[in-house]
Design a protein. Structure first.
Length: 203
């Protein structure tokens, strides 16, 4: 199950969280943005013990009902981002409010509290991840990707991608192409005999 911990912003906070979870005998992975993936189901008693221990250290365990709501927001955004080309116009705020039956202002507040980023920035991040996938597939031009992801122009797509990833589209394409070539080389080498490989391997 997933936990969200408010104010977990540095290595010291991560160490506190790790220590308290180990005390409870739980196995876990601390993800980014205040999220922790726990391998076991946490009992109500464990949850309360963890909440109290974290509170004493200045951290705050997000309520379970809020965690469920955050996960629903994430799932809806990811689903929308993957199918944006099937929608005439995507209004995330209205869509989330309608699907979850909460005012968008409340949803935005809960999400920022648990995730440490705004819904808007999470959407931009997911769109950038989807753009990476589409570039990797190499089936669409950048112009077609921009249209598919509902950017008005390639320039808008480029700007958003650069702000989100720190890379230009052309730089990412170049890096991705090198990775694909490396994978192909490894696959080809795997099909070679020892004698064939010895003829081309570096000295």
């Amino acid at each position: 199950m997933k936990l969200y911990i408010k104010y977990m912003v540095n290595m010291h906070c991560r160490h506190i969280v790790s220590t308290e979870l180990k005390k409870l005998g739980l196995h876990f992975v601390i993800a980014h943005m205040g999220a922790v993936d726990v391998m076991e189901n946490i009992t109500d008693e464990q949850h309360e013990d963890l909440r109290i221990a974290l509170f004493k250290s200045g951290l705050e365990l997000i309520e379970r009902r809020k965690v469920v709501l955050i996960e629903k927001i994430e799932d809806l955004i990811i689903m929308l981002v993957r199918d944006m080309d099937k929608l005439s116009e995507t209004n995330f705020a209205d869509y989330l409010s309608e699907k979850l039956s909460y005012d968008y202002t409340y949803l935005a507040e809960i999400f920022s509290e648990g995730r440490g980023i705004t819904i808007e920035n999470f959407i931009i991040y997911q769109k950038s991840e989807r753009v990476k996938e589409l570039i990797t597939y190499n089936e669409l031009s950048i112009k077609e990707i921009a249209r598919k992801m509902q950017y008005g122009t390639v320039k808008q797509l480029s700007g958003s991608f650069k702000n989100s990833t720190g890379l230009s589209l052309s730089h990412f394409k170049k890096i991705n192409s090198k990775k694909q070539l490396l994978v192909e080389d490894i696959r080809d080498y795997g099909q070679m005999t020892v004698q064939e490989y010895s003829l081309i391997k570096p000295a």
